[in-house]
Design a protein around this ligand. Sequence first.
Ligand SMILES: C[S@@+](CC[C@H](N)C(=O)[O-])C[C@H]1O[C@@H](n2cnc3c(N)ncnc32)[C@H](O)[C@@H]1O
Length: 366
Amino acid sequence: MINSVKTAIARSHLKSIPYNEFISLALYDSLEGYYNQKRDVFGKKGDFFTASHVHSVFCELLGEWFLKLFNELHLPHVILELGGGDGRFAKQLCEFFSNKGMKITYYFVEGNEIHRKNIKEQITNHTLETFSSLHDFEENIGHFNGIIYSNEFFDAQPVKVVEKNNGELFEVYVSMDDDGRLIERFYPCSREMVDWIRKYGIVLSEGHRMEVPNYLNSILEQIATVLHKGIILTIDYGYTNEELVDPRRKKGSLRGYLDHQMVDRVTDHVGKMDITHHIHWDSFIKIGLEHDLDLYMFEKQQQFLLQIGILDYVRENKSGTYFSTASKQNRAIQQLISGDFMGNMFEVCIQAKGIRKSQLEIFMKK
Ligand SMILES: C[S@@+](CC[C@H](N)C(=O)[O-])C[C@H]1O[C@@H](n2cnc3c(N)ncnc32)[C@H](O)[C@@H]1O
């Protein structure tokens, strides 16, 4: 258990803190938070794989797609990445553009200071600027035209949790028992929270728990403020209102990831384990529209990657061995599009600002 959580609980007048505050400390406390640890949390040695850690083919494919967007939509070669993590995607993408003999501007938003420092040292032949938050970006850069990209950024946001019991909505808080173990407590939901849930068409059945992503209002507003004209490509896992009612989702989607294992109780291994939730896509899309972010596409990752041509990257495995470069790339493609792995688990949401829908359609047709 980390001290910042203990202190926050002890200082709060209810002797319990809402889940978003707990997650914020567990993941982002500057001294003890999971994402501020010195050890690697990404990839084989860490706790989870993200798409750019599967294989560079993911980035090459997106690089080609970004290039088409730049050219056909007359966008400046500017990319803003949200929650860039250890910078693997940024490095691969900059290398892709270097190989094309092009220079780009890359804005890298990431809370972890070490990752920001490393990426700054590693990317020298493009214009790379780093920011600790979107707010930091807004203050220093303001507006731009280009592409906003994120992969697994939204699922890592601190989120509130509600549950319906005896016909009423309760907000779930984190507290501590006499033996110092973290436990949950329930308080009636605020009027504001009940209105938010209703506004975005969410109907919970008895005993159903859900993460309420009201952080989306401020983040999507900021995105809409900083982007004048361009595309927002968001890749993450989530569910729609229709999927929410599935009884299998009754316990909510908050999960921990530690050493590539899923952990149900997110109050275990505090500060040592990743905590994530599924994105509620209906509210994501609706809030985007409230801020003039037009929805262009919402699809499974599998569909999107197939549409932009991932199968063109399948290579002939001439040596026939399992460990050949071609074989590794082909396996990675399978992981990225397979229904059992990332292909069906992740969704891709493409929003546009200041761009006509008809202008975008050409990019999805091979
Ligand atoms: C699940 S990781 C994904 C990393 C990377 N996008 C990838 O695909 O490998 C989420 C990252 O977002 C960062 N992050 C989350 N919320 C943030 C925020 N509000 N501002 C800056 N960085 C944030 C975390 O520090 C973490 O590195």
